[in-house]
Each structure stands twice: as structure tokens, then as C-alpha cells.
Design a protein around this ligand. Structure first.
Ligand SMILES: Cc1ncc(COP(=O)(O)O)c(C=O)c1O
Length: 963
């Protein structure tokens, strides 16, 4: 390799952990002669990819950053007044640098291990408190994917409250005509498969009877108008139905909150609280509701509990309530949501506090009032006399105004040929008003207007002025200086174990390196400041990334077409299933609604199938973890006429490449079904095999796993779907996508609010592929398999490893059986997970897909030394278990049962255990070099669920504590 090629390839060894010498040692331990031999022994020959991937060769980080800068300049940054749920804002630099750009925050995993997640749990609790306070409803979740899907989640939650799955008594849902068009679009997509009838109309004149289960209105509405819904809500309640309100958090600092108006649920987006536009995302959506819905609200809820010593400790409340865990009984498939962005929005509220937020809102409202009056004074009529940040102007013809606006680099919202919307935001200043009014000026008169900071907001209905206080909790009133804020963020970060401390070997979750060069462009304004509904000719940089990435993903999956719209893996499943459904329907097979799903599948699979209106039939597994082909054959035959397809995960969630996969996909096709492949385990396929080669027709890709998007403590993510050619025209549409009108009657509508989901994070996956290049992405897969098999080989003997292939190899992950220790030492899987914390590690995936086990997925990004430390920890824990088995340690009082050990416990004057403090906290030498302390002891799971508290405790409880 010459010096220049070497330069271009330099990212590969930065991304992949093991060097050549270590690779050889690891192969030796496994008993393989070479990496090629290991791969041949692992991946079935019948499905091996015989060609090399047609994607460009690697670029160095320096080359990539230069390249992506050039691409970014194809995007044109205009001043955006489009609104429609997306607003420019000022991301406080202290939050940008210390949260958004900080691997200590963005590389965290979902806070399942509460003891090492107290920081983000606290921040998410702040988020819930903020949402609950501002909307005036007691229960809030810790984020949803976007405003439109949050509306759909609200609709489904209300539907299920008044209907039984097999008996729909109240099918109708009223949608006010003045809600955002993209929200309507997603509501319709969601409603149709499950038998919900959407009735669109004017809330003022509609009649709601007992055939309705609910209604949704927007506050302020699509045209900016602030409507008083109290009478309507009353009417809906009298009919025994519920009301959801789409709303805006900034407006609610000044408006009577939905809860006080009587709404049952509030939803919306927290994007304008300091999260960049990013051409559609990622942003955190929110949902809050009355107490009655606390067991049905989708997404995660953070709750307050206690630890083993009675101290306050946070955890994800009602964990088994997480909807997708209920499999086909679930009413939502939300798993990955938008934790990182929820944290940013919460920090924005912490930074500004209630007064700061109110000031921002007042400024926006005052500027809007000024421009409204300025434009009216020039002879234009406004659609509404009440408004907060949005006005709609009636015009004779948009063309001249549009031309003038574009000349001034301004985007207005062109609703139709005679209506123009203008939405102001936090970034608008007085100077901008000149340009805006100038769009409506005759080009002769100089632009002039009056603005006084203390005038009354007379376009605000006085009956809807907020009188209740909000965000009175100390956390929203303390951290005002940058030093305070920086330290608060750091204090929380210090409580959380993320990838910048140690490996997080979560099976099925692929916690690999999220490289700095992949992440950096996200902070650039040419990516951040693009509105999702900006004219396409201003987003040519995004178009380039979307087109190229779609091409690469099709090449990697051996498919023909791609939709980048789904903004999580589960949304990809749902979108893929709708695609299959539409294809069957277009072929006249409306009856084909049975989806076969192996018992080992992730809970989102059956949950998504139910959302797509399908009937789930479970397929058994064999002892060795393979799909039971005989059972599959029988079920495929039994449901042959109604078979829609099968959902398989490959390699299976048991971590093996089933040799029978081709047979399985053939059986389904013979019965007229389609094969959906869950791409969560794609990190074991790229460059070696592909969904198209195993006989699948559709797959989703969790870009937040295989393609380097960080997990962000539970989101963001992206779940694009790739399909074979025959399904291409049934991919999800979107009202803003060209050709949407021609998609045909069977094609699904939108599955996300924005046409390309969380578009800005596509850059990360694009960067990953470009810097690794065609060779590097394949090597990544090979090293993921090497690392997993090395760990397997080191642990074998001490632990039972479940499910390997006939050569004794696992794929990119493997399952360690901990069930025997329950009998031999009364040790549970949870004890091992918590003890790993004392060794400085995050536990692997717990009890999925097999209860009582852990599933380890090291990824290619970990080097041998780190893998060894993790194996050493598990082997040392095995010795600790042995000591219990042999009666050398007490069954109740041992380092496993008492784990994790906090600093407070270890340093307390009193120490009553038979093992030493050193054994508790520094069980191996390496721990002394990089000790990570849990901030609480083992968290009590049941206490928090029995006493659900999902907002910060009232201020009085702090006062009591102080006295
Ligand atoms: C096998 C499998 N399928 C689907 C999903 C759902 O993906 P997401 O969390 O992005 O919705 C996961 C998530 O962990 C998974 O492991």
C-alpha cells in the first residue's frame, strides 16, 4: 500500500479495535487459522456474498471532513418562517458543547441499568416535569419520536381505552381541519390498518356522538389561531370520548395549559427548546396525559424510587409497561425514542428557567404582533385575529411575494396560491421585521413600523391567558450562569457510564464507536438550519446525502429501493409491514394478514405487526435456537390463503446464522407470503451476506446500531427500510414528497412527520460508510464476529454458552446462561449485572431473548485489552459465585447480592460484611486504574412502580428535607 492509499485508509484501524498482533492471538484462542477461516466456519456458504460491495473506497477523516463541508455548502441557509411545527432557535452554547457534542451524553445506552444512569434519568425527569408543568397534565413520558407520530400514539391510546382489540364499538376519531398537514397524514396512515375511522372537520360545527372515541385539535392551530376549546372538550366528554391536544411548549408559557382546559392528552414537539431544525430531526416529541392513562401511555416513563439503603434513586418506571414488551398485546411499538434531544430540551428549560422562557415567548409574540399589524396596515387581511407566533396573510397571488422573499433569502409558508403563513421564533429580531414587511411592501415606500417592548399582547385572548405558575422546582431556578450550567451538566454526566468510560457490550444493540468525525458536521449550520419543508433546491446537500446513502444501503442489503423516513427500528418494521400489506392489496389479496413471528423475536416485531393490522402467529424454536422448520411449514400451510409473511431476525436474536434460512424464506414464498428481515443484527451481515441473499423482500436497518449513530441514552435512531424492486412503489409517502399524489391507492402515507425522518443524523451513517469504504465496512463485520468469538472462547468452560453453530461458533453476539446459578448459589442474572458495575462495566443485554441470561455483543470497535478486561470481570465473578456454591461466601451477604457498592457504602465507618471493602470496590487490579462509582446502590424496582412519581418532587418536599 502506498503512502497515499495508507492515508485514505487510516480511519479503518481507528474504528476497528484489534491490531494485527492481537488479531493473531485472538484467532489462536478461538482455534482458527485466519480471519477468513473463522468467517467461513461461521457464515453459511450458501448465503455468502461473492462480490465486493460497490461502494466507494475509504476516505481519511481529514478528507471526509473536507468533503462533507463541500456538500454542506450545497444547502442554502435561508431565514425560515415556515413554522408548521419546526422553528429555528438558539441552542445555548453550553448545552451544544456539553451535551450535544459530548460523548459522555450521546454514547449512553437506554437507562436500563439505573445505578449507572442517574444523570440522564434526572435530566429526563426534568423533561417530564417540564412537559407536565407546561401542559398542565400530571403524567408525562420521556419523549416520543416526532409530533405527528405522538398524535398517532395518542389516538391509538384513546382508541384502546374505549375499544377492545376484537370488538370495536367506537371507531371514529375526529381530526380538526386546522391541525398540521403532516400530522393528519400520519394519523390517516395509522388509523386505516387498525379500523379507526378518521373524520375531518371543523371543531366548531361538528357533532360528536357515541361512535367517537376521541378527537384531536391543535392549540395554537395550523393557521396560528388561538382557539378556546373548552366548550368542544365538554361536548366530547359528554359523548364519553376523549380529547387530545397538539400544542406548543413555548406558547404554553403564556397560554392556559391544555390540562386546565380539560384536555385528556397533550402532545407536541419540544424541538424549539434548543434543538436544531436538521431538515426534520432528530427532535423530541412529548406526550402528557391524565392519571387514568398512566399504564397505557406509550414510551418510557422515568420514575422516582429508592435504593437498597432507602436513598432517593431514579429508574425507568413500570418497565414491563413498556408497550413493545407486551408483544402482540402491545398497543405501541415505541422502543428507541429521542432521549438525547429530550435531554437538550430539558437543559434548555433548566438554563432559561420559567422567567427566561416567558421572556422568549413574549418577545416572539410581540414581534409577531408587530409584523401582523405592519402587514395589515399595508392592506392585507389576516386569517385570524388571535395568534402567538404565526399569522396567515391572504394575498391575491403568492408569486410576487415569494419572489421578493427569496431575493431576501427568506422562506415563508406558501399554503396555497392565496395564503401565506409566517411563523416567528426565538432567532427573529427587530431587524428581520424590515425584511419580512418588505415582502409585502410596494417597493416604493420605506419600510417603517412601531415596536415598543411594553405594549400589551392584544392578539392574545384574555380568557386564555395563563395564570398558573410552572417550573417552580429548584432545578429550573438555580443554574443560570454558564459555570453553574456547565457544572450541572457535568455532575449528571459523571453519574452515567457511557462509551467514554468502558465498553457496553449490549447484545442486539451494537454499541460501537460513534466517531468524532462522523458527529462533528451535525453542529454545522448548513446542516442544522435547514427546515424540513424548505424548497428542495435549498436542500441539495441533504439530497446528495439521501441519494448516496440510499444507494449504499441498497447495495449493502442487495435490495433495489430505500425509504429513509422511519425514525426508529420499530418504525421501520411498521413501515416495512405496511409496504408488504399494500403489495398484497394491490394484488387483490386483502385477506393476507397473518404474520408469522418466531418466538425469539424482539417485542417490537409483534407490536408493529398488530399496528399494521396483522394477526400474529408465533413460530416455535428448536433446542439449538433455530426456527423450528417443521412448525413453520405446518403454520405456513395452515394459514396459506391468508399468509402475509414472516418476520425474521438474521442472524437470529440467539446469535447464530441459521443454515436453514433459505429454506425458511422459500417456504414463505411458496405460500404467497413476503419475508421481512429485522435488521438489528446487520452488523453481522455487511459485506459477508445480505438480506437480499437470504431470500428476504424487505428489511429495516437500525442506523443507530450497525451504522454508527449513537444511542443517545435511548434515542435518536433511524430505521430506514430497503426493499426488492416489486415493493418499491409501496414505500411510505409524504405530502411533501414529489410524486406523492401518484403513489396509487394502496401505497401507505407518511409514517413520520418529516419526509426523511431524523434527516440530520443520516450524516453519521454516511460518514461511517465513506470513511470505512467498501473494504472497511466488511472488515467491521469480520472483526465483530472475531471479537464475539474471542470472548466466547475465553468464557467457555466457566459459563455455559447457549446456541452456537455446528462449528461451535457464534455470530457477532452470544448468550451466557446464568440460570444454573440460581439453584447452585441463589445468584440471579440481575446480581451478575449489578456486580459488573463494581468492575466498571455496563451489563450486557439482560434476559433477552432468553430469561435468566445475558447476551454479549462486543462490536468490532473494542480492542483485545478491553475485551480481556470484560472477560476477566466475568471470570472473576464466576469465582465469586463458586465461593458461594462451595459455602465459602454467604448466600445472602456476598459481593454479588450487595452489588453495586457505592463510595458512600465502601467508605462508611461501619463495614459488616465477610468480604473486604477492597473486594467490594476494587476486585481486580485494572479497576484501581479507572474506577467508576455508581451514584446509588441497587435500585428498588417495585417501590417505584407502586408509588409512581414521574415529575420532580414538589418544592415543599425539598423544604422539608432542608429543615
Ligand atoms: C432485534 C431488534 N429488533 C427491533 C428493535 C427495535 O429497534 P428500535 O429500538 O430502534 O425501535 C430492536 C431494538 O433494540 C432489536 O434489538
Amino acid at each position: 500500500m502506498n503512502l497515499f492509499e495508507q492515508h485514505s485508509n487510516e480511519f479503518i484501524p481507528r474504528h476497528i479495535g484489534p491490531n494485527e498482533a492481537d488479531t493473531n492471538k485472538m484467532l489462536k484462542k478461538i482455534g482458527a487459522e485466519s480471519l477468513d477461516q473463522l468467517i467461513s466456519n461461521t457464515v453459511p456458504p450458501a448465503i455468502r456474498m461473492s462480490h465486493s460491495l460497490n461502494i466507494p473506497p475509504a476516505m481519511s477523516e481529514h478528507e471526509y471532513l473536507k468533503h462533507i463541508k463541500e456538500i454542506s455548502l450545497k444547502n442554502k441557509v435561508f431565514s425560515n418562517y415556515i413554522g408548521q411545527g419546526y422553528y429555528d432557535n438558539i441552542v445555548p452554547s453550553v448545552i451544544l458543547r456539553n451535551v450535544f457534542e459530548n460523548p459522555g451524553w450521546y454514547t449512553q445506552y437506554t437507562p436500563y441499568q439505573a445505578e449507572i444512569s442517574q444523570g440522564r434519568l434526572e435530566s429526563l425527569l426534568n423533561y417530564q416535569t417540564m412537559v407536565s408543568d407546561l401542559t398542565g397534565l400530571p403524567i408525562a413520558n420521556a419523549s416520543l419520536l416526532d409530533e405527528a407520530t405522538a398524535a398517532a400514539e395518542a389516538m391509538t391510546m384513546l382508541f384502546n381505552s374505549l375499544n377492545k382489540q376484537d370488538h370495536i364499538e367506537r371507531p371514529k376519531f375526529f381530526v380538526d381541519q386546522e391541525i398540521f398537514p403532516q400530522t393528519k397524514d400520519v394519523l390517516v396512515t395509522r388509523a386505516v390498518p387498525v379500523g379507526i375511522e378518521i373524520v375531518e372537520g371543523d371543531y366548531k360545527t361538528t357533532t360528536i356522538d357515541t361512535t367517537y372515541f376521541g378527537a384531536i385539535v391543535q392549540y395554537p392551530n395550523d393557521k396560528g389561531s388561538i382557539e378556546d376549546y373548552r366548550e368542544f372538550i365538554n361536548k366530547v366528554h359528554i359523548a364519553g370520548a376523549y380529547v387530545a391536544m397538539a400544542t406548543d411548549l413555548l406558547a404554553l408559557t403564556l397560554l392556559t395549559p391544555p390540562g386546565e382546559l380539560g384536555a385528556d392528552v397533550a402532545i407536541g414537539s419540544a424541538q424549539r427548546f434548543g434543538v436544531p431544525l436538521g431538515y426534520g430531526g432528530p427532535h423530541a416529541a412529548f406526550m402528557s396525559c391524565k392519571d387514568d392513562f398512566k399504564r397505557n401511555i406509550p414510551g418510557r416513563i422515568i420514575g422516582i424510587s429508592i435504593d437498597a439503603h432507602g436513598n432517593r434513586a431514579l429508574r425507568m418506571a413500570l418497565q414491563t409497561r413498556e408497550q413493545h414488551i407486551k408483544r402482540e398485546k402491545a398497543t405501541s411499538n415505541i422502543c428507541t425514542a429521542q432521549a438525547l434531544l429530550a435531554n437538550m430540551a430539558a437543559m434548555y428549560a433548566v438554563f432559561h428557567g420559567p422567567d427566561g422562557l416567558k421572556n422568549i415567548a413574549k418577545r416572539v409574540a410581540l414581534l409577531t404582533q408587530t409584523i401582523a399589524e405592519g402587514i395589515s396596515a399595508r392592506g392585507f387581511e389576516l386569517v385570524s385575529s388571535t395568534f402567538f407566533d404565526t399569522i396567515v396573510v391572504k394575498v391575491k397571488d403568492v408569486a410576487t411575494i415569494k419572489e421578493k422573499a427569496e431575493r431576501q433569502l427568506i422562506n415563508l409558508r406558501y399554503i396555497d396560491n392565496s395564503h401565506i403563513g409566517i411563523s416567528l421564533d426565538e432567532t427573529t429580531d427587530i431587524g428581520d421585521l424590515y425584511d419580512l414587511i418588505n415582502c409585502f411592501e410596494n417597493d416604493k415606500d420605506p419600510v417603517a413600523f412601531d415596536i415598543h417592548h411594553d405594549v400589551e399582547l392584544h392578539h392574545f385572548p384574555s380568557a386564555l391567558t395563563r395564570t398558573s405558575s410552572f417550573l417552580s422546582h429548584p432545578v429550573f431556578n438555580t443554574h443560570k450562569s454558564e459555570s453553574q450550567m456547565m457544572r450541572y451538566i457535568k455532575q449528571l454526566e459523571n453519574k452515567d457510564l457511557s462509551l467514554n468510560t468502558s465498553m457496553i457490550p449490549l447484545g442486539s444493540c451494537t454499541m460501537k464507536l460513534n466517531a468524532a468525525s462522523e458527529m462533528m458536521p451535525l453542529s454545522w449550520s448548513h446542516w442544522g438550519k435547514i427546515h424540513p419543508f424548505a424548497p428542495t433546491n435549498q436542500a441539495l446537500g441533504y439530497k446528495y446525502i439521501i441519494d448516496e446513502l440510499s444507494k449504499y444501503l441498497c447495495e449493502i442489503t442487495a435490495f433495489d429501493a430505500c425509504s429513509l423516513q422511519p425514525n426508529s427500528g420499530a418504525q421501520g418494521e411498521y413501515a416495512g409491514l405496511l409496504t408488504i400489506k399494500a403489495w398484497h392489496e394491490a394484488n387483490g389479496h386483502h385477506n393476507r394478514n397473518v404474520m408469522l413471528i418466531p418466538i425469539s423475536a424482539h417485542g417490537t416485531n409483534p407490536a408493529s405487526a398488530v399496528m399494521a393490522g396483522m394477526k400474529v402467529v408465533v413460530v416455535k424454536a428448536l433446542e439449538n435456537g433455530y426456527i423450528d422448520v417443521e412448525d413453520l411449514k405446518a403454520k405456513a400451510a395452515q394459514y396459506s390463503n391468508d399468509l402475509s409473511g414472516i418476520m425474521i431476525t438474521y442472524p437470529s436474536t440467539y446469535g447464530v446464522y441459521e443454515e436453514t434460512v433459505k429454506e425458511i424464506t422459500d417456504i414463505i414464498h411458496q405460500h404467497g407470503g413476503q419475508v421481512y428481515m429485522d435488521g438489528a443484527n446487520m452488523n453481522a451481515q455487511v459485506g459477508l451476506t445480505a438480506p437480499g441473499l437470504i431470500g428476504a423482500d424487505v428489511c429495516h436497518l437500525n442506523l443507530h446500531k450497525t451504522f454508527a449513530i449513537p444511542h443517545g441514552g435511548g434515542g435518536p435512531g433511524m430505521g430506514p427500510i430497503c426493499v426488492k424492486g416489486h415493493l418499491a412503489k409501496f414505500l411510505p409517502g409524504h405530502i411533501t414528497l414529489q410524486g406523492f399524489e401518484t403513489l396509487g391507492e394502496f401505497a401507505p402515507g407518511a409514517v413520520s412527520a418529516a419526509p426523511y425522518g431524523s434527516a440530520s443524523i443520516l450524516l453519521i451513517s454516511y460518514g461511517y460508510i465513506r470513511m470505512l469504504g467498501n473494504e472497511g465496512v466488511k472488515s467491521a463485520t469480520e472483526y465483530a464476529i472475531l471479537n464475539a468469538n474471542y470472548m466466547r472462547a475465553r468464557l467457555e468452560g466457566a459459563y455455559d454458552i447457549l446456541y452456537t453453530n455446528h462449528n461451535g461458533q457464534c455470530a457477532h453476539e452470544f448468550i451466557v446462561d446464568l440460570r444454573p446459578f440460581k439453584k447452585s448459589a441463589e445468584v440471579e442474572a440481575e446480581d451478575v449485572a449489578k456486580r459488573l458495575i463494581d468492575y466498571g462495566f455496563h451489563a450486557p443485554t439482560m434476559s433477552f431473548p432468553v430469561p435468566g441470561t445475558i447476551m454479549i455483543e462486543p462490536t468490532e470497535s473494542e480492542d483485545k485489552a478491553e475485551l480481556d478486561r470484560f472477560c476477566d470481570a466475568l471470570l472473576s465473578i464466576r469465582e465469586e459465585i463458586k465461593a458461594i456454591e462451595e459455602g465459602k461466601s454467604d448466600k445472602k451477604d456476598n459481593a454479588l447480592k450487595n452489588a453495586p457498592h457505592t463510595q458512600f457504602v465502601v467508605m462508611a465507618d461501619e463495614w459488616k460484611h465477610a468480604y473486604t471493602r477492597q473486594e467490594a470496590a476494587f476486585p481486580l487490579y485494572y479497576v484501581t486504574l479507572n474506577k467508576f462509582w455508581p451514584s446509588v446502590a441497587r435500585v428498588n424496582n417495585t417501590h417505584g412502580d407502586r408509588n409512581l412519581i414521574c415529575t420532580c418532587e414538589p418544592i415543599e418536599s425539598y423544604m422539608e428535607a432542608e429543615t
